[in-house]
Design a protein around this ligand. Sequence first.
Ligand code: ZN
Length: 443
Amino acid sequence: MSDVIIEADYLITCNLTNAVIQDGAVYVVDDRIKAIGSRKNIHKDFSANVVIEGLNKILVPGLVNTHSHSVQTLLRGKADDLALIDWLQKIVLPGETSFTTDEVHTSSLLGFAEMIRTGTTTCNDMLTTKYSDYGIQAAIDSGIRTRIGKMLMDVNNGFPDDMIEHTEKIVEDVIKDIGDYHQTQKNRIKYSLNARFLLSCSPQLMKKLSEIQKNYPDIMIHTHASENREECAQVERYYGKSYIRALNELDALGNQTILAHGIWLDDVEYNLIKQTDTRITHNPSSNSKLASGICDVSKYLDMDVIVGLGTDGAPCNNNLDMFREMRLASFLQKVKHLNERVLPSKVVLKMATIEGAKALNLDKEIGSLEIGKKADLFQVDISDVNCIPLYDPISHLVYSASGKDVNMVMVDGKILFKDNQFTIIDLQNLREKATLYQNRWNE
Ligand SMILES: [Zn+2]
């Protein structure tokens, strides 16, 4: 048995009552939270081998990044100032297809490292069509919790030929991957059906995916939808109906589906999302940089649709720091609605934690600091100039702090980052490998 007490000046639970415990602590045994309370009482009731002190620290449930592409991290800074379809066809897809097996591993590991370093403990990750085993291995190696899977594409709409696979081969690969990876690593890794988007996925493939989903427990469909107006127009030409209507007809909506973006919907489509309990991931940096539009998060929340928060990939962000997504999500809604009260910090923090966990159907295990849940959590240092003075710790988490203020990160009871050092990931080796790829691209 391994046990640890983690202290904090402020312990933000993100539980049902939004409890904040001043001078708090949690007691962790192996991979789970066994007790939570005041620092004094936890020390009175328990003694642990390790105590992580909490002076000038906030303790928070691990952030849940509901939409990422770890494998694109080596393309950071290569695809700036382009519209979505050009961005995909000119840089991102050729880049993804150029990766060797080792580069898929390096690119994904670099992405997971950045997420861990900035407080993300769970992500919902799309790999590429080729060598996805190496991306999943990177997730296993990093210690992060993830829903993850290969990228699925069986239609060529001007994409690189070698990204497109036959529908039957995709189905075979997916079933093999589910056997190899789904619910492994003590359930830290779950396989995911990552249909890229309707312009690259045939109706036959989408129908097959919903059949596969019904045959296995706890597998989600993860796809992009209604991100960009030109993309929506192309889908309408290809499918003869609007994006969400097409997904609904393909039996691809439901509480086991998460849609990235969900910006350009009409009222019928909003109602389809609501009626089917489909999950949305809002990705404000990506939507801003690619000039896609502003997702109406307030409307979804008013309709009780579950919305998580995501970074999307490094080429459209260009970082994977969920703190920036929290801040921007709030600011964009205020501007969109010209209303300073929408998406306040408390709501945004819950989107990045327990609501994200709900969006991924993982909320029984993660998303809040509660007895019995997995010990997925992190400490934020509030001693630096950007956090002085402090009236409200949640305000600081959303509006003032950044991922660089994260001091300690734990997943499944294991410390993955502490005092500016990764405990498992070899950052120097990652840096050297990333430089080799950078030089290869520039040749
Ligand atoms: Zn994406």
